[in-house]
Design a protein around this ligand. Sequence first.
Ligand code: SF4
Ligand code: SF4
Length: 276
Amino acid sequence: MTPHESDGLSASAEADPERMLRRAQKAGLFESLRRIYGEFPETTCENCARCCFESPGIFYIEYLHLLDLLAGMTDERRAELVRRAFRELLFSWIEPERTCIFLESGRCTIYDRRPLACRLFGLVPAVDRERAEAEARMAARQEARRLSQFGIEVPEAVIQRSLVSCANVRDARGQSVSIDGEAVAAKMAKLDAALIPQQVVIQEFCFRSLPERLGAASFGEDAIDGLRVQLLRRAQADQPVRELLALVLAQARVPRLEARASCLHQRPARARRRKQ
Ligand code: SF4
Ligand code: SF4
C-alpha cells in the first residue's frame, strides 16, 4: 500500500489546484459555468435520491469549482468529505449502500453547485435509457469479473445499483422536459479547454468523479487500482473498512486545501453579494 507520484498524464494529478483556481477565476470561467447552469429549467421530481447512488462524473472546471467549495469549509467538514471520497473511491465495489459524498439524509448538500451530470439527470431523451442502463451494468459486471481474478467478490447489488436516467422529472407545468445534453457538454468542454490540453479534455470529458480526481491528486493516478485491490482483499478478509481507511488517510497526499486561497471566498464581500 505505497502510493506514489503520478507519471503526470492526468490533468487532475498534474495540475496545481491553487494556480488553476486563480486562472479559472481570472478568466471568468466560474461565471461562465454558472451561466451554463443557469440555462436549465426549474424542475420537480419525487426526490427519492436514487440518482445520487454515487458521486457523479465532473468536468475539470467543476472539479475546481468543488475544490473551491471545499477550501471554504471548516477543517472538520472538509476532512469528513475527503474521508467519504476515499471510501467511495476504494471500497464502493463491496459496499452496495454507498452514495454520492454530498448526499445527507436524502438531500444534496451542495445543491447550488451540483455538477452538470446531476442537472441533466432525467432531462435527456428517454429513448436510449434502457440501453444505457444495460451498458452501465455490463461495464460493472466486467469490472466484477476482473476483480474476481484477485479473489474479490462483488455483490450483485453493486452491479445492479447504477441508474442512468429517470422518467419522473417534470417542469413547472408538470410536463416532461428534454435538453440537448451533448450541446451543453460541448460548452463545458470549452471551459475545460481554457485550462487543460484539448487531448486531456477529450480523454477525461466528464467521466471522472470528485473521488477519482482527488484520489489521482493524492495517491498518483497509477497507484489507485493496485491500492483498491489490496484494500478490498483485506476488507473481505474481515479487516474493518474503518481501520483500512484510517491507514489510507495517513498516507494520502491530499491537496492542502486548507492552506489554499479560495478564489470565490476571497472576493470582497460586496462583489460576492453582487454575484449571488
Ligand atoms: S431524478 Fe428521479 S431518481 Fe433522481 S431524485 Fe428525482 S425521482 Fe429520484
Ligand atoms: S452532487 Fe448532489 S445531486 Fe449530485 S449526485 Fe451528489 S447529492 Fe446528488
